[in-house]
Design a protein around this ligand. Structure first.
Ligand code: PLP
Length: 220
């Protein structure tokens, strides 16, 4: 399976009028494929593995916005802190604090999303509602000036049952709206949900950013 440029153009045209950001998930795919989408106008790319991101970033155009969408280990934060655009998978205060410290070291602020556990599978990372409330209380008590919490990210269950997927996305959207009013700042504006198989349901449920890989680049 290979890169599908026509699919990309179709998707970009579908999402733009809805103000939904398309992140092209390029994990395991060669820099040549990324360059083709870049030349077609794509600027937001998502990677899951720090090592792979560190190999690709220096050889690709510097105006690419790199989204880190994988599970980030604290000891890997420093290496991506100078350039990462948005870290989607923050699911602990310790990780958020580490990003804060490394952002200050790099002389910048780093935008982050809190990853919520919305699927019924055990394997997916993320916070539940109680953990979210605790983390929120902690960041309110001790503001971390190196990070900006821009919103939330989540993954629906891996199932053909679209009603389940829709219910999970709607649940995440309602949490997002709730914390948006708690945050009280306009920059809490990003809800990252939806992948190749379920991005349309996600957009209907209020997603502002979809992470699409295989539909664009072919199966991994
Ligand atoms: C791999 C991955 C995607 C893209 O998945 P596709 O099904 O290929 O679109 C999106 N989000 C995360 C967190 C991923 O790990």
């Amino acid at each position: 399976m290979t890169l599908n440029l026509a699919q990309y153009q179709h998707l970009a045209e579908e999402l733009a009028p809805k103000n939904v950001t398309l992140v092209a998930v390029s994990k395991t795919k060669p820099v040549e494929d990324i360059k083709v989408l870049y030349d077609a106008g794509q600027r937001d790319f998502g990677e899951n593995y720090v090592q792979e991101l560190l190999e690709k970033q220096p050889v690709l155009p510097s105006d690419i916005r790199w989204h880190f969408i994988g599970h980030l280990q604290r000891n890997k934060v420093r290496s991506i802190a100078p350039f990462v655009h948005l870290i989607h998978g923050v699911d602990s205060y310790r990780l958020l604090n580490e990003i804060h410290k490394e952002a200050l070291r790099a002389g910048r602020q780093i935008d982050c999303l809190l990853q919520m556990h919305i699927a019924n599978e055990e394997t997916k990372f993320g916070l539940d509602a109680a953990e979210l409330a605790a983390l929120w209380a902690q960041t309110t008590a001790q503001p971390l000036t190196g990070v900006r919490i821009r919103g939330m990210m989540g993954m629906a269950s891996f199932t053909d049952n679209l009603a389940v997927v829709r219910a999970e996305f709607q649940h995440l959207h309602s949490l997002f709206v709730q914390y948006q009013s708690l945050a009280g700042y306009a920059a809490f504006d990003t809800l990252s949900m939806g992948m190749s198989a379920d991005f349309r349901i996600a957009v209907e449920s209020g997603s502002t950013l979809v992470r699409v890989g295989s539909l664009l680049f072919g199966a991994r």
